[in-house]
Design a protein around this ligand. Structure first.
Ligand SMILES: Cc1cc2nc3c(=O)[nH]c(=O)nc-3n(C[C@H](O)[C@H](O)[C@H](O)COP(=O)(O)OP(=O)(O)OC[C@H]3O[C@@H](n4cnc5c(N)ncnc54)[C@H](O)[C@@H]3O)c2cc1C
Length: 392
């Protein structure tokens, strides 16, 4: 959506396909990072954007055993938007779609599922689409696979990914939030347990991190045992966990960390989760996907508009985005292996990892996590040409 809107603003004809009839999916990550907010500002949309209901997270806290740390404080970021905005992803997508509709070359087709690709020899020439009215083909100079981590198009293109593994899955659910509760978005690490709570106004979005493949065992032990385990981790009365009345309220995120070796072939480019599924560590998957979209728009609008797009242009997008993706995944894998796997198998009280104690005790070092989560490696900016464009 982000890439579609930016290209249309630059005057490139775009069709965005979405297989569902709306964007109303249950929780799929609600974090709009400072870097994305800065992009909204660069596009002149920040004021409108911040009118949408959201919460502003200025700090993130973590508790290891009984020691508490401020892990990231966004107030030091060298930008005006010094917070993570928590907003349902559908509101963000609808906002972008609305901005896109202002440009004559933007078209959004809902209920339109990409099922495969068309080829001319080695070159991708279009996409096969299933709609309620029947199947059709859309021809295009470029097909962008932004269809998430189970991407149909990257498989159809025969692109190969490397799987880096993950020691955990995540069970997501909501608990009611009372006005007397803390404001803080926080994570708790205790022997055998990791529990994260995102502050969402009148509810908490909770992540109960479990060993990989462990969901069946937890469900078999029963809802009551699950509520008790959750209750022990809450910073308020355990009985609040009784709000989980049914397993249907608990959604499983099967954690995948992978990356394509090559993100493109003639006529096709993969971005976002389709190119690299991110670990939930740091909650940066949306950020990376948006940053890919901006880099792709900056690099591709010119060749697309001039009708002279080559594989070299597409490779330039991978070259631009591979380092931030690789570096972020490397850090995530280190946290997964050194902190998450150890905590989930720990039998004794958990101590804070050395890097947490060191980083949070030195003022300048303590700014690093906020920078990595809030802005990431090599943050993108909207190019002057796209900023100044009006969609013609
Ligand atoms: C439970 C959960 C919690 C998460 N929490 C966070 C978080 O807190 N912060 C964070 O930054 N990230 C989080 N993530 C990761 C984040 O959601 C992804 O990294 C990010 O959304 C990737 O964006 P994307 O556009 O590449 O793919 P997606 O967001 O997956 O978007 C793909 C879109 O394509 C559509 N689609 C799929 N296949 C087709 C098809 N064949 N034809 C047409 N349309 C299709 C889908 O319906 C979807 O709208 C979470 C993910 C999950 C599942």
């Amino acid at each position: 959506m982000m890439l579609g809107v930016l290209l249309a603003r630059a005057g490139v004809g775009v069709t965005v396909l979405e297989k569902h009839k709306d964007f109303l999916r249950d929780f799929r990550g609600d974090t709009i990072h400072p870097s994305t907010l800065r992009l909204m500002e660069e596009l002149g949309w920040l004021t409108d954007f911040l009118k949408l209901p959201h919460q502003e997270t200025k700090s993130i806290y973590a508790q290891f055993g009984d020691q508490r740390f401020e892990m990231a404080n966004f107030s030091h970021l060298p930008i005006t938007t010094k917070f993570v905005a928590l907003m349902p992803q559908w509101d963000f997508l609808n906002f972008l779609a609305e901005k896109g509709r202002a440009y004559p070359k933007f078209r959004l087709e809902m209920n339109a599922e990409a099922t495969g690709l068309t080829f001319d020899g080695d070159r991708v020439t279009g996409v096969k689409v299933k709609t309620p009215e029947g199947a059709k083909t859309i021809q295009a100079d470029l097909v962008v696979a932004a269809d998430g981590r189970a991407s149909v198009l990257r498989s159809a293109a025969g692109l190969v990914s490397e799987d880096f593994g993950a020691p955990m899955d995540v069970m997501w659910f909501r608990l009611p939030r009372l006005p007397t509760d803390t404001e803080e978005t926080q994570g708790r690490f205790d022997a055998g347990h990791i529990f994260v709570m995102l502050q969402r106004g009148d509810y908490w979005q909770c992540a109960y991190v479990i060993p990989k493949g462990g969901e069946a065992k937890i469900r078999a032990a029963g809802l009551d045992a699950f509520r008790k385990a959750v209750g022990k981790l809450l910073p308020f009365e355990a009985a609040r966990a009784n709000a989980i009345a049914d397993w249907d309220q608990v959604k499983l995120l099967t954690v995948v960390v992978d990356r394509l070796k090559t993100w493109a072939r003639p006529g096709l480019l993969c971005i976002g989760d389709a190119a690299h599924a991110m670990s939930p560590v740091g909650g940066v998957g949306i950020n990376l996907a948006i940053q890919d979209a901006v880099a792709a728009a900056n690099l591709l609008w010119g060749p697309l508009k001039a009708g002279r797009l080559t594989l070299k242009d597409l490779a330039a997008v991978q070259a631009r985005r591979e380092f931030p993706t690789r570096a972020t995944q490397r850090l995530q894998l280190a946290v997964q292996n050194r902190v998450i796997a150890k905590t989930l198998t720990a039998q004794r009280p958990v101590k804070p990892p050395l890097f947490v104690s060191v980083m949070t005790s030195l003022p300048l070092l303590s700014r690093i996590p906020a920078r990595l989560i809030g802005l990431g490696f090599r943050p993108e900016h909207i190019s002057e040409a796209i900023r100044n464009a009006k969609g013609a």
